[in-house]
Each structure stands twice: as structure tokens, then as C-alpha cells.
Design a protein around this ligand. Structure first.
Ligand SMILES: Cc1cc2nc3c(=O)[nH]c(=O)nc-3n(C[C@H](O)[C@H](O)[C@H](O)COP(=O)(O)OP(=O)(O)OC[C@H]3O[C@@H](n4cnc5c(N)ncnc54)[C@H](O)[C@@H]3O)c2cc1C
Length: 247
């Protein structure tokens, strides 16, 4: 084994909501390393952040991190529907702030967070440990030895794929999102767009807890070859959207 090997009880691959929650939930006497390929937690944003109020309350997420939605408007090519939400409220999460809060929850534990660090592969040694190879801008180590390994890499399934347990997902989601000042738009109204303009996906206009309006488009691959950026440009240039978003 090289001198450049880090050691921990639990290696967590991926610093999204799953990985950060695992790190926060581990007992204080268990050491962990979270490897996260992005340079920052919660950036880039990989979700539009729609969720349920009951769930965020159960998870103990402070209200600063979400906007409660009282009305949902859904538009398709030919129809529109408007739902006043009385029970089972929706919320829109402030993703970057929330994920950074999740990361802080494990700060005082025996947890090391390696940003800009990509997990490449793992193998089990004869004594049952996991020896994982990483590539990092923040540590000279290239290997991590751990007793347990957790795949929190999301749809990439990096660990499971490396262990031959699961094929990489052929169906993935991707999107693009811009933020605007909320202006005179209603703070508790969310809008979804479906239909031919966003085949195999949807568009959204979501108010946030910090007074912004997030406008986004998400698509599924390989269901559609169209890039979210192209869809977004078309979407923003449509006269209807200008009316809805910037009134
Ligand atoms: C366009 C879009 C819109 C969505 N909207 C919603 C929504 O409104 N509501 C909702 O509930 N869900 C939504 N989702 C789904 C939601 O994003 C996922 O369910 C959620 O992000 C899964 O969390 P996770 O922690 O498992 O994985 P992820 O959030 O994907 O986090 C995994 C992290 O691991 C990192 N990683 C991956 N591979 C490696 C590696 N080899 N080495 C190091 N790091 C690695 C990635 O950079 C990533 O940040 C949406 C998804 C998309 C694509």
C-alpha cells in the first residue's frame, strides 16, 4: 500500500443530500471521509428543489431553507390547471444553502470532506477492507482504505458500478436553471410547464425563500436529444412566459 493512503471507517462517495445526511447521522466515534467531485457543496445545483412540507418538517430542516407553496399552476400545450393547495403543502428548497447546512451538521464529527475529489474505483482486499482510488485537487493521497463504503453518487452509481453490482444508469436527468429577482410575482405560487415544448421533461418557475424566482427546464436522457439550454432559450423567448414571469 502506498504512503499516500487515507484511512477511515466509512468512505462516502458523493456530497449530495444522501451523502451529507449519512455523514451527519454517523455516530461520533465513527470516522468518515466524504469525497465530492465538485469544488463546492451545493453547486452546481442538480435539482429543481420541489419537496413536501411534511417531509422537510420531519427531517428538521429550518424554515429559512424553503418557501411554502400555496398554489400550483400547470400549463400544457392546450390546457391549464390551477390548484389551491390546502393540505399536503409543497415547498421549494434553497438547494445550495440547504446542502451547506447539511454539510455543517457533520463538521464537528470525525469527518473529512474532500472537495474537487473524484472517486475512480474500489476493490475489496483479502481482509475485507475497501481500497478506493481517488483523483483529487485537495489531497496528494490517491487511495482511501475504509471498512465500509457508501455509494451516494446519485444516478452515476460510481461505487456499485465499480464493484460490478449495478450497471450505470442509461436514463439520466439534466437541466438548466436561471434566477431572477421575484419582482411582483407571487411568493407562494409555483408554475410547471409540460407538453411538446419540453418533451420528456418539464419547465418550472419556482419562488424561493430568499426572494428570487427560479426558472428552469429539465429533460430525461436518452428520451430526448434536445439540450435543456436550447429549450430554456425558447422558453424565455416565448411571449407567454414573459407575461407570466416578469409582470
Ligand atoms: C433537472 C432535475 C430536476 C429535479 N427536480 C427534483 C425536484 O424538484 N424534487 C426532487 O425531490 N428531486 C428532484 N430531482 C431529483 C434529485 O435531484 C435527486 O433525487 C437527488 O439529487 C438525489 O440525491 P443524491 O444525494 O442521491 O444524489 P446527487 O444529488 O446526484 O448527489 C451525488 C453527488 O455525488 C457527486 N458524485 C457523483 N459521482 C462522483 C464520483 N465518482 N466521485 C465524487 N463525487 C461524485 C456528484 O457531483 C453529486 O453532487 C431532480 C433531478 C433533476 C436532474
Amino acid at each position: 500500500m502506498s504512503a499516500e493512503t487515507l484511512k477511515c471507517d466509512v468512505l462516502i462517495v458523493g456530497g449530495g443530500p444522501a451523502g451529507l445526511s449519512v455523514a451527519a447521522a454517523l455516530p461520533d466515534n465513527v470516522s468518515s471521509i466524504v469525497v465530492h467531485q465538485d469544488a463546492e457543496i451545493g453547486k452546481p445545483v442538480r435539482t429543481s428543489g420541489g419537496c413536501w412540507l411534511a417531509d422537510v418538517k420531519q427531517l428538521g430542516i429550518p424554515p429559512d431553507f424553503y418557501q411554502i407553496i400555496d398554489q400550483l399552476d400547470i400549463y400544457s400545450d392546450t390546457q391549464e390547471a390551477h390548484f389551491k393547495i390546502n393540505n399536503d403543502k409543497l415547498v421549494v428548497l434553497n438547494i445550495t444553502d440547504l446542502y451547506q447546512w447539511l454539510a455543517r451538521k457533520s463538521e464537528k464529527k470525525r469527518r473529512q470532506l474532500l472537495l474537487a475529489t473524484k472517486f475512480l474505483e474500489t476493490q475489496q482486499t483479502k481482509d475485507g477492507q475497501y481500497l478506493s482510488t481517488i483523483r483529487s485537487r485537495n489531497t496528494s493521497a490517491s487511495q482511501i482504505e475504509s471498512t465500509y463504503i457508501i455509494d451516494a453518487s446519485g444516478v452515476r452509481c460510481s461505487v456499485l458500478h465499480s464493484l460490478g453490482v449495478k450497471d450505470k444508469s442509461i436514463r439520466t436527468g439534466g437541466g438548466i436553471e436561471y434566477e431572477y429577482q421575484i419582482g411582483s410575482n407571487k411568493k407562494d405560487h409555483a408554475i410547471l410547464f409540460v407538453g411538446s415544448s419540453v418533451l420528456a421533461g418539464y419547465g418550472w418557475v419556482f419562488p424561493t425563500a430568499d426572494g428570487k424566482l427560479r426558472v428552469g427546464v429539465g429533460v430525461l436522457r436518452p428520451d430526448t436529444p434536445v439540450s435543456p439550454k436550447t429549450l430554456m432559450t425558447n422558453f424565455l423567448n416565448s411571449p407567454d412566459v414573459n407575461e407570466l414571469v416578469w409582470t
